[in-house]
Design a protein around this ligand. Structure first.
Ligand SMILES: [Ca+2]
Ligand SMILES: [Ca+2]
Length: 374
């Protein structure tokens, strides 16, 4: 069901063998990319104003998100939420302890964030160029997928999707996807692989956003539930979520769907909806987005006020923003959900940060190198 369960086991998937295998599979890729970087190292770049946007070697567009502060989290009262989300059982409004306390956070440095979720086409070019095998293919257990003949009522878990099965992977979530749709069935580890490969190839530091960066970017100045405001029913004009078209395929959850139509029963081409005030598309909906952080229920009570990076360790990584299959309540900018780093699912994708500054010289043998990539 659309994230009704907050138990990571509901989507969790297999043993943690993937992380150990990841480094080994990546090593030759990174060496090759680093060698290519060393082969073209012109003189050091002169300082200049950062462009408002740039395009990288995979065709990903990044927009410069300014430094700034915002209020992170939510402490809305259960009564208020019950009024605005009348279709949900009241118990759901008491399961939000990890969104509190609201607290002010400073993002001290501007950073480039993907204007869109990583697309199928971009991920395909990465896999081809690097030789990296995403976990949904490499570990033999596959992914999850949509099958119109599959009935959630016949399974113990009641999960909305069939799997895991090798018939499903990042290449095939069971529904049609164009090259410009968000890639899904990708793991947190897959995101690390993509970021590491891009970093080595371009001499820039790519990574997933922290939770704080993600929520700051989602809000884009808004203190409301969503960047557009508090009204969930207005979301059909702003995001691809679980609407009436999607509910046609899951009639048992129709009551949880938005009353209107957003135009997409499954994933949408990225950028199908207007951007937020930072110029970012689909922060809400389309695909959940992995963040860098471990999850802890009590983290906000002890997190630093400047550039928090999450707990030092944990078992599950946070994902944010909801998806094409997510109920509006779970697509609020403050909402946190999580899964193991090996989880792959037809709802979960990614968006990358490219740091404004190149890696420190000590971190790179190509000291003084200028990125050869536009
Ligand atoms: Ca939709
Ligand atoms: Ca999204």
């Amino acid at each position: 069901m659309p994230l009704s369960s907050r138990c990571p086991a509901a989507l969790a998937c297999g043993a943690g063998s993937a992380a150990a295998g990841l480094a080994g599979r990546l090593a030759p890729i990174l060496l090759l990319a680093a060698a290519a970087q060393l082969a073209c190292s012109p003189a050091a770049a002169q300082p200049r104003a950062a462009p408002a946007r740039l395009t990288n070697s995979l065709g990903m567009v990044f927009v410069l998100v300014p430094a700034g502060s915002f209020v992170m989290g939510s402490d809305e009262r259960a009564e208020t939420l019950a009024r605005d989300y009348p279709q949900l059982e009241p118990r759901r409004f008491t399961q939000l302890d990890d969104e509190a306390p609201r607290h002010r956070v400073l993002i001290s440095r501007a950073f480039y964030l993907g204007q869109h979720e990583v697309t199928v086409g971009q991920f395909r070019r990465f896999a081809r160029a690097s030789g990296y095998r995403p976990e949904s293919e490499a570990d033999g257990t596959g992914g999850y997928g949509y099958n119109p003949d599959y009935d959630p009522a016949t399974t113990m878990r009641g999960d909305a999707f069939e799997g895991r099965s090798p018939r499903y992977s990042w290449r095939n979530p069971g529904f049609a996807q164009g090259e410009d749709h968000p890639v899904v069935n990708v793991t947190w580890n897959d995101a690390q692989a993509l970021a590491a490969w891009l970093s080595a190839r371009e001499g820039r530091h790519y990574r997933l956003p922290t939770e704080a960066e993600w929520e700051y970017a989602c809000r884009a100045g808004s203190g409301a539930r969503y960047a557009h405001g508090d009204d969930p029913q207005a979301l059909t004009r702003h995001a691809n979520l679980f609407d009436q078209d999607a509910a046609a395929h899951w009639p048992r959850w129709r009551a949880q769907a938005l009353a209107g139509r957003d135009g997409f029963a499954f994933t949408a081409p990225v950028g199908s909806f207007a951007p937020n005030a930072f110029g970012l598309h689909d922060m809400i909906g389309n695909a959940w987005e992995w963040t860098a952080d471990w999850h802890a229920d009590d983290y906000y009570a002890r997190s630093p006020a400047i550039d928090p990076t999450g707990p030092a360790d944990g078992d599950v990584r946070v994902r944010r923003g909801g998806s094409w299959h997510t109920w509006p309540f779970y697509a609020r900018c403050a909402y946190r959900n999580w899964n193991t780093p090996q989880t792959r699912y037809p709802l979960v994708g990614m968006r990358l940060v490219r740091e404004q500054e190149p890696p420190a010289p000590a971190a790179s043998p190509a000291s003084g190198a200028q990125t050869p990539v536009p």
